[in-house]
Design a protein around this ligand. Structure first.
Ligand SMILES: NC(=O)c1ccc[n+]([C@@H]2O[C@H](COP(=O)([O-])OP(=O)(O)OC[C@H]3O[C@@H](n4cnc5c(N)ncnc54)[C@H](O)[C@@H]3O)[C@@H](O)[C@H]2O)c1
Length: 252
């Protein structure tokens, strides 16, 4: 029986791995025995370098096709190939739709949808040539249920959910599994920023969540580790919710 805690021998790439959920995934994959590389538009901090000296970080804007190709080349060279790829990089967008202009719409689409497509496509091309692998796309519970003043975010994440399903059914014959993760509110710099700008009320939000609290990044990383592990070898085309019960809850 395969263990969801064992990624030994696997070579993994995580986009947006310098902070938040991506960083928690990098830590979890390493602790499970994987070798990991990161693509991120921000440079690794001194703290990252001190904690994770063996994790190469390649400068990359996931919305730029050349950056993504070069980042994958660097990561695949450094690790000797790729068995797991996590398309995690994403941005939030929180603004009334009547105030959303076309540039704002394009911005969230370019990172959250074009970036996920470019990452998954580059991963799929390489895994098809090497005999398979596992791809994980970071969606959100807002790819499954809607919220006001987040039109671009919700649409980009629902597109990510469908991308996981469509790629899963197309690439299964190539030995490539594709799944999506759909977190609820996770305490990361991404959410801290919304709270600081008064765009999110943590008290209301925790009251609305059946488990009564936000999710910890390590709890997303635990699911991300399972989904790329051999324990999930029959799991593909799924949307895996880690939302403390939010999407199941039809009440206050
Ligand atoms: N935090 C939450 O509550 C939450 C909930 C559901 C889904 N998500 C999703 O999880 C993912 C990670 O979110 P987070 O909360 O850790 O965010 P974060 O802002 O804390 O970290 C995001 C990381 O991605 C990088 N990044 C952003 N844009 C990039 C780009 N264009 N190219 C390369 N790297 C880029 C950032 O530099 C950073 O290292 C996102 O896709 C987000 O939509 C987050």
């Amino acid at each position: 029986m395969a263990s969801s805690d064992d990624l030994s021998g696997k070579r993994a790439l995580v986009t947006g791995g310098c902070a938040g959920i991506g960083l928690a995934i990098v830590r979890a994959y390493r602790a499970a025995g994987a070798r990991v590389a990161v693509l991120d538009r921000q440079a690794a901090s001194d703290a990252f370098r001190a904690e994770l000296p063996d994790v190469p970080v390649f400068a990359c804007d996931v919305a730029d096709p050349d950056d993504v190709r070069k980042g994958f080349d660097g990561a695949a060279d450094a690790l000797g190939g790729l068995d797991a790829v996590v398309a995690n990089a994403g941005i939030s967008q929180n603004c009334p739709t009547l105030d959303l202009d076309f540039a704002g719409w394009r911005k969230v689409m370019s990172v959250n949808l074009d970036g996920v497509f470019l990452t998954a496509h580059e991963a799929g091309r390489r895994m098809a040539a090497s005999g398979g692998g596992s791809i994980l796309l970071m969606a959100s519970m807002y790819g499954v249920v809607a919220a006001p003043e987040r039109l671009g975010y919700c649409v980009s994440k629902s597109g990510t959910v469908m991308m996981a399903k469509a790629l899963a059914v197309e690439w299964a014959k190539l030995g490539i599994r594709v799944n999506a993760l759909a977190p609820g509110y996770v305490r990361t710099p991404f959410v801290d920023d919304l709270v600081a700008r008064g765009r999110l009320d943590p008290v209301k939000l925790e009251a609305r969540t059946p488990i009564g609290r936000m999710i910890d990044p390590t709890e997303i990383a635990d699911a991300a580790r399972f989904l790329v592990s051999d324990a999930a070898r029959a799991v593909t085309g799924q949307v895996f919710g880690v939302d403390g019960g939010w999407t199941a809850n039809g009440y206050l």
